[in-house]
Design a protein around this ligand. Sequence first.
Ligand code: ADP
Ligand code: MG
Length: 430
Amino acid sequence: MNSNEIDIHKELKKYFGFSQFKGLQEKVITSLLNKQNTFVIMPTGGGKSLCYQLPALVQEGTAIVVSPLIALMKNQVDAIRSLSSENGIAHVLNSSLTKTEIAQVKSDISKGVTKLLYVAPESLTKDEYVAFLQTVSISFVAIDEAHCISEWGHDFRPEYRNLKNIIKQLGEVPIIGLTATATPKVQEDILKNLEMSNATVYKASFNRPNLFYEVRTKTKNIESDIIRFIKQHKGKSGIIYCLSRKKVESITEVLQVNGISAVPYHAGLDAKTRAKHQDMFLMEDVEVVVATIAFGMGIDKPDVRFVIHHDIPKSLESYYQETGRAGRDGGEGHCLAYYSYKDVEKLEKFLSGKPVAEQEIGFALLHEVVAYAETSMSRRKFLLHYFGEEFDSETGEGADMDDNVRNPKTKVEAKDEVLKLLEVVKKTKH
Ligand code: ADP
Ligand code: MG
Protein backbone atom coordinates (compact mmCIF):
# COMPACT_ATOMS: atom_id res chain seq x y z
CA MET A 1 0.00 0.00 0.00
CA ASN A 2 1.27 3.44 -0.89
CA SER A 3 0.95 6.31 1.60
CA ASN A 4 -0.77 8.39 -1.07
CA GLU A 5 -3.71 6.02 -1.09
CA ILE A 6 -4.38 6.41 2.61
CA ASP A 7 -6.60 9.26 3.70
CA ILE A 8 -4.99 9.85 7.07
CA HIS A 9 -7.55 12.49 8.09
CA LYS A 10 -10.32 10.00 7.60
CA GLU A 11 -8.42 7.36 9.56
CA LEU A 12 -7.75 9.86 12.35
CA LYS A 13 -11.45 10.48 12.69
CA LYS A 14 -12.33 6.80 12.34
CA TYR A 15 -9.94 5.44 14.94
CA PHE A 16 -9.37 8.31 17.34
CA GLY A 17 -12.40 10.55 16.81
CA PHE A 18 -10.21 13.65 16.32
CA SER A 19 -10.87 15.97 13.40
CA GLN A 20 -7.41 17.57 13.33
CA PHE A 21 -3.82 16.58 13.78
CA LYS A 22 -1.88 18.23 16.56
CA GLY A 23 1.34 20.09 15.74
CA LEU A 24 3.70 18.03 13.61
CA GLN A 25 1.69 14.79 13.74
CA GLU A 26 0.60 14.84 10.11
CA LYS A 27 4.13 15.40 8.82
CA VAL A 28 5.53 12.69 11.06
CA ILE A 29 2.87 10.19 10.01
CA THR A 30 3.38 10.92 6.32
CA SER A 31 7.13 10.45 6.73
CA LEU A 32 6.68 7.10 8.42
CA LEU A 33 4.13 5.91 5.86
CA ASN A 34 6.72 6.76 3.21
CA LYS A 35 9.05 4.27 4.96
CA GLN A 36 11.47 6.97 6.11
CA ASN A 37 13.43 6.68 9.30
CA THR A 38 11.86 9.35 11.47
CA PHE A 39 12.83 11.09 14.66
CA VAL A 40 10.31 13.02 16.73
CA ILE A 41 11.02 15.45 19.55
CA MET A 42 7.90 16.82 21.16
CA PRO A 43 7.19 17.99 24.70
CA THR A 44 5.23 15.72 27.02
CA GLY A 45 1.55 15.79 26.09
CA GLY A 46 2.39 16.77 22.53
CA GLY A 47 0.74 13.65 21.12
CA LYS A 48 3.65 11.39 20.26
CA SER A 49 1.79 8.07 20.62
CA LEU A 50 -0.57 8.82 17.76
CA CYS A 51 2.45 9.37 15.48
CA TYR A 52 3.07 5.62 15.48
CA GLN A 53 -0.36 4.28 16.42
CA LEU A 54 -2.14 5.64 13.38
CA PRO A 55 0.46 4.41 10.84
CA ALA A 56 0.41 1.02 12.54
CA LEU A 57 -3.37 0.72 12.32
CA VAL A 58 -3.60 1.59 8.63
CA GLN A 59 -0.74 -0.54 7.33
CA GLU A 60 -0.21 -4.22 6.63
CA GLY A 61 1.85 -6.12 9.16
CA THR A 62 2.65 -5.52 12.80
CA ALA A 63 4.40 -2.48 14.24
CA ILE A 64 6.73 -3.21 17.12
CA VAL A 65 6.61 -0.57 19.84
CA VAL A 66 9.45 -0.52 22.33
CA SER A 67 8.55 1.20 25.56
CA PRO A 68 10.27 1.13 28.95
CA LEU A 69 7.31 0.92 31.30
CA ILE A 70 5.02 -2.07 31.54
CA ALA A 71 2.21 -0.01 33.12
CA LEU A 72 2.40 2.49 30.27
CA MET A 73 2.23 -0.28 27.67
CA LYS A 74 -0.83 -1.85 29.28
CA ASN A 75 -2.64 1.51 29.26
CA GLN A 76 -1.90 2.02 25.61
CA VAL A 77 -2.96 -1.48 24.63
CA ASP A 78 -6.26 -1.07 26.50
CA ALA A 79 -6.82 2.27 24.78
CA ILE A 80 -6.14 0.83 21.31
CA ARG A 81 -8.40 -2.17 21.92
CA SER A 82 -11.22 0.16 22.84
CA LEU A 83 -10.92 1.73 19.38
CA SER A 84 -11.58 -1.52 17.58
CA SER A 85 -13.82 -4.56 17.81
CA GLU A 86 -10.78 -6.77 17.31
CA ASN A 87 -9.21 -7.65 20.65
CA GLY A 88 -5.99 -8.93 19.10
CA ILE A 89 -5.31 -5.62 17.37
CA ALA A 90 -2.79 -4.70 20.08
CA HIS A 91 -0.76 -6.92 22.36
CA VAL A 92 1.96 -6.69 24.96
CA LEU A 93 4.78 -9.19 24.93
CA ASN A 94 6.58 -9.43 28.24
CA SER A 95 7.78 -11.75 30.94
CA SER A 96 4.45 -11.74 32.79
CA LEU A 97 2.59 -13.69 30.07
CA THR A 98 1.70 -17.37 30.41
CA LYS A 99 2.57 -19.90 27.68
CA THR A 100 -1.03 -19.91 26.47
CA GLU A 101 -1.09 -16.13 26.28
CA ILE A 102 2.16 -16.09 24.32
CA ALA A 103 0.71 -18.63 21.88
CA GLN A 104 -2.35 -16.40 21.41
CA VAL A 105 -0.19 -13.33 20.74
CA LYS A 106 1.90 -15.22 18.20
CA SER A 107 -1.16 -16.58 16.46
CA ASP A 108 -2.76 -13.12 16.20
CA ILE A 109 0.45 -11.69 14.76
CA SER A 110 0.85 -14.50 12.25
CA LYS A 111 -2.75 -14.05 11.09
CA GLY A 112 -2.06 -10.35 10.53
CA VAL A 113 -4.64 -9.28 13.10
CA THR A 114 -2.17 -7.56 15.42
CA LYS A 115 -1.24 -4.06 14.34
CA LEU A 116 0.69 -3.01 17.43
CA LEU A 117 2.97 -5.19 19.50
CA TYR A 118 4.32 -3.50 22.63
CA VAL A 119 7.53 -4.94 23.98
CA ALA A 120 9.93 -4.07 26.75
CA PRO A 121 13.50 -3.83 25.44
CA GLU A 122 14.63 -6.78 27.54
CA SER A 123 11.93 -9.01 26.03
CA LEU A 124 12.89 -8.03 22.52
CA THR A 125 16.41 -9.32 23.11
CA LYS A 126 15.15 -12.86 23.71
CA ASP A 127 16.29 -15.16 20.91
CA GLU A 128 13.00 -17.04 20.67
CA TYR A 129 11.06 -13.81 20.13
CA VAL A 130 13.55 -12.52 17.57
CA ALA A 131 13.33 -15.84 15.71
CA PHE A 132 9.56 -15.61 15.68
CA LEU A 133 9.47 -11.96 14.58
CA GLN A 134 11.74 -12.83 11.65
CA THR A 135 8.96 -15.00 10.26
CA VAL A 136 6.22 -12.35 10.25
CA SER A 137 5.59 -9.06 8.47
CA ILE A 138 6.77 -6.01 10.43
CA SER A 139 5.53 -2.59 9.31
CA PHE A 140 8.02 -0.56 11.37
CA VAL A 141 9.69 -0.34 14.76
CA ALA A 142 8.78 2.52 17.09
CA ILE A 143 11.11 3.37 19.95
CA ASP A 144 9.21 5.42 22.48
CA GLU A 145 11.10 7.33 25.19
CA ALA A 146 14.13 7.03 22.95
CA HIS A 147 16.26 9.15 25.32
CA CYS A 148 16.68 5.95 27.37
CA ILE A 149 19.43 5.17 24.85
CA SER A 150 21.59 8.06 26.04
CA GLU A 151 23.63 8.44 29.18
CA TRP A 152 22.99 12.15 28.85
CA GLY A 153 19.26 11.58 29.18
CA HIS A 154 17.47 11.44 32.51
CA ASP A 155 16.55 7.79 32.29
CA PHE A 156 19.40 5.83 30.78
CA ARG A 157 18.64 2.13 30.22
CA PRO A 158 21.45 -0.08 29.00
CA GLU A 159 19.01 -2.51 27.29
CA TYR A 160 18.08 0.27 24.89
CA ARG A 161 21.63 0.24 23.57
CA ASN A 162 21.14 -3.17 22.05
CA LEU A 163 17.98 -2.37 20.13
CA LYS A 164 19.63 -1.52 16.84
CA ASN A 165 21.33 -4.93 16.70
CA ILE A 166 18.02 -6.67 17.09
CA ILE A 167 16.16 -4.48 14.65
CA LYS A 168 18.81 -5.31 12.06
CA GLN A 169 17.92 -8.96 12.39
CA LEU A 170 14.33 -8.16 11.46
CA GLY A 171 15.29 -6.97 7.99
CA GLU A 172 14.76 -3.61 6.34
CA VAL A 173 12.19 -1.90 8.51
CA PRO A 174 11.74 1.83 9.07
CA ILE A 175 12.42 3.08 12.57
CA ILE A 176 10.68 5.90 14.37
CA GLY A 177 12.26 7.22 17.57
CA LEU A 178 10.29 9.51 19.88
CA THR A 179 11.28 11.53 22.92
CA ALA A 180 10.46 14.62 24.95
CA THR A 181 14.11 15.17 25.77
CA ALA A 182 15.16 18.15 23.76
CA THR A 183 18.88 18.52 24.36
CA PRO A 184 21.02 18.30 21.21
CA LYS A 185 23.45 16.01 23.04
CA VAL A 186 20.79 13.37 23.69
CA GLN A 187 19.42 13.67 20.16
CA GLU A 188 22.83 13.12 18.69
CA ASP A 189 23.31 10.02 20.85
CA ILE A 190 19.97 8.57 19.77
CA LEU A 191 20.57 9.05 16.06
CA LYS A 192 24.07 7.65 16.33
CA ASN A 193 23.07 4.64 18.35
CA LEU A 194 20.14 3.76 16.10
CA GLU A 195 22.32 4.43 13.05
CA MET A 196 19.70 6.82 11.75
CA SER A 197 21.75 9.77 10.58
CA ASN A 198 19.48 9.71 7.52
CA ALA A 199 16.33 10.15 9.60
CA THR A 200 13.95 13.02 8.99
CA VAL A 201 13.85 14.98 12.23
CA TYR A 202 10.67 16.65 13.47
CA LYS A 203 11.17 18.88 16.45
CA ALA A 204 8.37 20.84 18.06
CA SER A 205 9.01 24.04 19.98
CA PHE A 206 9.55 23.64 23.71
CA ASN A 207 8.52 27.18 24.49
CA ARG A 208 5.80 27.43 27.13
CA PRO A 209 4.79 31.09 26.78
CA ASN A 210 2.35 31.04 29.70
CA LEU A 211 4.96 30.00 32.26
CA PHE A 212 6.68 32.71 34.29
CA TYR A 213 10.23 31.84 35.37
CA GLU A 214 11.78 33.30 38.50
CA VAL A 215 14.84 32.50 40.60
CA ARG A 216 15.24 33.85 44.13
CA THR A 217 18.31 33.67 46.29
CA LYS A 218 17.78 31.15 49.04
CA THR A 219 18.13 32.69 52.46
CA LYS A 220 17.26 31.50 55.94
CA ASN A 221 13.86 33.14 55.47
CA ILE A 222 12.91 30.75 52.70
CA GLU A 223 10.03 29.22 54.62
CA SER A 224 8.28 32.50 55.31
CA ASP A 225 8.98 33.53 51.73
CA ILE A 226 7.24 30.39 50.44
CA ILE A 227 4.32 30.89 52.81
CA ARG A 228 3.89 34.47 51.60
CA PHE A 229 4.03 33.31 47.99
CA ILE A 230 1.37 30.65 48.55
CA LYS A 231 -0.89 33.06 50.42
CA GLN A 232 -0.63 35.41 47.45
CA HIS A 233 -1.93 32.50 45.35
CA LYS A 234 -4.71 31.55 47.72
CA GLY A 235 -7.01 28.76 46.58
CA LYS A 236 -4.72 27.79 43.72
CA SER A 237 -2.96 24.46 43.21
CA GLY A 238 0.79 24.15 43.39
CA ILE A 239 3.68 21.75 43.76
CA ILE A 240 6.78 22.28 45.89
CA TYR A 241 9.78 20.13 44.98
CA CYS A 242 12.43 19.36 47.60
CA LEU A 243 15.59 17.32 47.30
CA SER A 244 15.12 15.10 50.36
CA ARG A 245 12.24 13.24 51.99
CA LYS A 246 13.13 14.89 55.27
CA LYS A 247 12.73 18.33 53.74
CA VAL A 248 9.40 17.30 52.20
CA GLU A 249 8.12 16.33 55.65
CA SER A 250 9.37 19.45 57.39
CA ILE A 251 8.07 21.89 54.76
CA THR A 252 4.67 20.16 54.74
CA GLU A 253 4.49 20.62 58.49
CA VAL A 254 5.48 24.28 58.34
CA LEU A 255 2.80 24.94 55.74
CA GLN A 256 0.14 23.10 57.72
CA VAL A 257 0.99 25.02 60.89
CA ASN A 258 0.56 28.20 58.87
CA GLY A 259 -2.92 27.30 57.73
CA ILE A 260 -2.04 26.04 54.24
CA SER A 261 -3.52 22.70 53.25
CA ALA A 262 -0.63 20.55 52.10
CA VAL A 263 0.30 16.87 51.84
CA PRO A 264 3.70 15.21 51.45
CA TYR A 265 4.65 12.87 48.62
CA HIS A 266 7.84 10.81 48.40
CA ALA A 267 9.01 7.25 47.84
CA GLY A 268 9.36 6.66 51.58
CA LEU A 269 5.58 6.72 52.00
CA ASP A 270 3.69 3.51 51.32
CA ALA A 271 1.86 3.13 48.01
CA LYS A 272 -1.55 3.62 49.60
CA THR A 273 -0.62 6.91 51.24
CA ARG A 274 1.03 8.13 48.06
CA ALA A 275 -2.06 7.32 46.01
CA LYS A 276 -4.27 9.01 48.62
CA HIS A 277 -2.19 12.18 48.65
CA GLN A 278 -2.05 12.29 44.88
CA ASP A 279 -5.84 11.97 44.70
CA MET A 280 -6.31 14.66 47.33
CA PHE A 281 -4.25 16.99 45.18
CA LEU A 282 -6.07 16.07 41.96
CA MET A 283 -9.49 16.42 43.63
CA GLU A 284 -8.45 19.73 45.21
CA ASP A 285 -8.91 18.57 48.78
CA VAL A 286 -5.52 20.17 49.34
CA GLU A 287 -3.89 23.16 47.70
CA VAL A 288 -0.30 22.08 47.79
CA VAL A 289 1.65 18.89 47.40
CA VAL A 290 5.19 18.96 48.77
CA ALA A 291 7.21 16.31 46.98
CA THR A 292 10.44 14.79 45.86
CA ILE A 293 10.88 14.14 42.16
CA ALA A 294 8.99 10.87 42.76
CA PHE A 295 5.88 12.98 42.17
CA GLY A 296 4.69 13.96 38.74
CA MET A 297 5.17 11.15 36.22
CA GLY A 298 1.86 10.95 34.41
CA ILE A 299 0.18 13.57 36.59
CA ASP A 300 -2.17 15.46 34.35
CA LYS A 301 -3.72 18.21 36.44
CA PRO A 302 -4.36 21.03 33.99
CA ASP A 303 -4.61 23.91 36.46
CA VAL A 304 -1.46 23.69 38.55
CA ARG A 305 -0.70 27.40 39.05
CA PHE A 306 2.76 27.27 40.56
CA VAL A 307 5.76 24.97 40.85
CA ILE A 308 8.29 25.89 43.50
CA HIS A 309 11.77 24.38 43.67
CA HIS A 310 12.89 24.58 47.27
CA ASP A 311 16.21 23.13 46.07
CA ILE A 312 17.68 23.42 42.61
CA PRO A 313 17.25 20.34 40.42
CA LYS A 314 20.16 18.28 39.12
CA SER A 315 19.69 19.28 35.48
CA LEU A 316 17.83 21.81 33.37
CA GLU A 317 16.11 18.88 31.72
CA SER A 318 14.53 17.92 35.05
CA TYR A 319 13.77 21.56 35.74
CA TYR A 320 11.91 21.88 32.46
CA GLN A 321 9.93 18.66 33.07
CA GLU A 322 9.03 19.62 36.63
CA THR A 323 8.06 23.22 35.88
CA GLY A 324 6.19 21.92 32.84
CA ARG A 325 3.52 20.56 35.17
CA ALA A 326 2.33 24.13 35.72
CA GLY A 327 -0.20 25.80 33.44
CA ARG A 328 -1.04 22.79 31.26
CA ASP A 329 -4.37 24.45 30.49
CA GLY A 330 -2.58 27.47 29.02
CA GLY A 331 -3.41 29.63 32.05
CA GLU A 332 -1.01 31.17 34.54
CA GLY A 333 1.93 29.08 35.72
CA HIS A 334 4.53 30.58 38.05
CA CYS A 335 7.81 28.67 38.29
CA LEU A 336 9.86 29.79 41.25
CA ALA A 337 13.25 28.30 42.10
CA TYR A 338 15.35 29.01 45.17
CA TYR A 339 19.03 28.99 44.58
CA SER A 340 22.03 28.89 46.87
CA TYR A 341 25.53 27.79 46.09
CA LYS A 342 25.47 25.59 49.18
CA ASP A 343 22.87 23.41 47.44
CA VAL A 344 25.14 23.06 44.45
CA GLU A 345 27.90 21.82 46.74
CA LYS A 346 25.49 19.34 48.29
CA LEU A 347 24.62 17.94 44.86
CA GLU A 348 28.30 17.81 43.96
CA LYS A 349 28.95 15.79 47.07
CA PHE A 350 26.23 13.32 46.06
CA LEU A 351 27.84 12.99 42.67
CA SER A 352 31.34 12.44 43.95
CA GLY A 353 30.27 9.02 45.24
CA LYS A 354 29.31 7.87 41.74
CA PRO A 355 31.36 6.20 38.99
CA VAL A 356 33.64 8.64 37.16
CA ALA A 357 31.73 8.72 33.87
CA GLU A 358 28.47 9.42 35.66
CA GLN A 359 30.19 12.09 37.76
CA GLU A 360 31.41 13.96 34.71
CA ILE A 361 27.99 14.00 33.13
CA GLY A 362 26.44 14.98 36.45
CA PHE A 363 28.80 17.91 36.96
CA ALA A 364 28.27 19.19 33.44
CA LEU A 365 24.48 19.06 33.81
CA LEU A 366 24.64 20.73 37.21
CA HIS A 367 26.87 23.45 35.87
CA GLU A 368 24.17 24.38 33.37
CA VAL A 369 21.66 24.73 36.21
CA VAL A 370 24.06 27.06 38.04
CA ALA A 371 24.50 29.14 34.91
CA TYR A 372 20.72 29.34 34.50
CA ALA A 373 20.22 30.40 38.12
CA GLU A 374 22.91 33.05 37.93
CA THR A 375 22.23 34.46 34.51
CA SER A 376 20.85 37.94 34.05
CA MET A 377 19.61 37.23 30.55
CA SER A 378 16.10 36.13 29.54
CA ARG A 379 15.53 32.84 31.34
CA ARG A 380 13.29 31.59 28.58
CA LYS A 381 16.00 32.30 26.03
CA PHE A 382 18.54 30.49 28.22
CA LEU A 383 16.32 27.42 28.67
CA LEU A 384 15.39 27.19 25.02
CA HIS A 385 18.98 27.69 23.94
CA TYR A 386 19.91 24.76 26.16
CA PHE A 387 17.39 22.73 24.14
CA GLY A 388 18.95 23.87 20.88
CA GLU A 389 16.18 26.32 20.11
CA GLU A 390 16.64 29.95 19.09
CA PHE A 391 14.42 32.38 20.96
CA ASP A 392 14.04 36.08 20.25
CA SER A 393 13.89 37.62 23.71
CA GLU A 394 12.23 40.75 22.37
CA THR A 395 9.52 39.47 20.10
CA GLY A 396 9.24 35.77 20.98
CA GLU A 397 6.06 34.44 22.58
CA GLY A 398 6.24 34.89 26.34
CA ALA A 399 9.33 37.10 26.03
CA ASP A 400 8.56 39.21 29.09
CA MET A 401 7.61 36.29 31.31
CA ASP A 402 10.56 36.12 33.65
CA ASP A 403 12.18 38.02 36.48
CA ASN A 404 15.27 39.06 34.53
CA VAL A 405 13.28 40.60 31.69
CA ARG A 406 10.75 42.30 33.98
CA ASN A 407 13.42 43.71 36.30
CA PRO A 408 16.68 43.92 34.38
CA LYS A 409 19.77 44.04 36.54
CA THR A 410 21.98 47.10 36.48
CA LYS A 411 25.26 46.76 34.64
CA VAL A 412 27.21 46.63 37.89
CA GLU A 413 25.06 43.84 39.30
CA ALA A 414 25.30 41.97 36.04
CA LYS A 415 29.09 42.31 36.00
CA ASP A 416 29.32 41.00 39.54
CA GLU A 417 27.28 38.01 38.50
CA VAL A 418 29.45 37.26 35.55
CA LEU A 419 32.52 37.30 37.77
CA LYS A 420 30.82 35.00 40.25
CA LEU A 421 29.75 32.71 37.47
CA LEU A 422 33.27 32.47 36.10
CA GLU A 423 34.40 31.33 39.52
CA VAL A 424 31.70 28.70 39.55
CA VAL A 425 32.73 27.50 36.12
CA LYS A 426 36.31 27.18 37.35
CA LYS A 427 35.15 25.26 40.38
CA THR A 428 32.86 22.85 38.54
CA LYS A 429 35.42 22.12 35.83
CA HIS A 430 37.57 19.67 37.72
P1 ADP B 1 3.10 12.35 24.57
O1 ADP B 1 3.43 10.89 24.41
O2 ADP B 1 3.71 13.20 23.52
O3 ADP B 1 3.39 12.87 25.95
P2 ADP B 1 0.40 11.44 24.22
O4 ADP B 1 0.62 10.61 23.03
O5 ADP B 1 0.26 10.73 25.51
O6 ADP B 1 1.53 12.54 24.37
O7 ADP B 1 -0.87 12.38 23.96
C1 ADP B 1 -1.26 13.38 24.85
C2 ADP B 1 -2.75 13.65 24.71
O8 ADP B 1 -3.03 14.29 23.48
C3 ADP B 1 -3.59 12.39 24.75
O9 ADP B 1 -4.65 12.58 25.64
C4 ADP B 1 -4.09 12.25 23.32
O10 ADP B 1 -5.33 11.62 23.26
C5 ADP B 1 -4.17 13.68 22.88
N1 ADP B 1 -4.08 13.84 21.41
C6 ADP B 1 -3.15 13.29 20.60
N2 ADP B 1 -3.35 13.65 19.31
C7 ADP B 1 -4.43 14.44 19.30
C8 ADP B 1 -5.17 15.14 18.27
N3 ADP B 1 -4.78 15.07 16.99
N4 ADP B 1 -6.23 15.87 18.64
C9 ADP B 1 -6.62 15.92 19.94
N5 ADP B 1 -5.99 15.31 20.95
C10 ADP B 1 -4.90 14.56 20.65
MG1 MG C 1 4.45 9.33 25.35
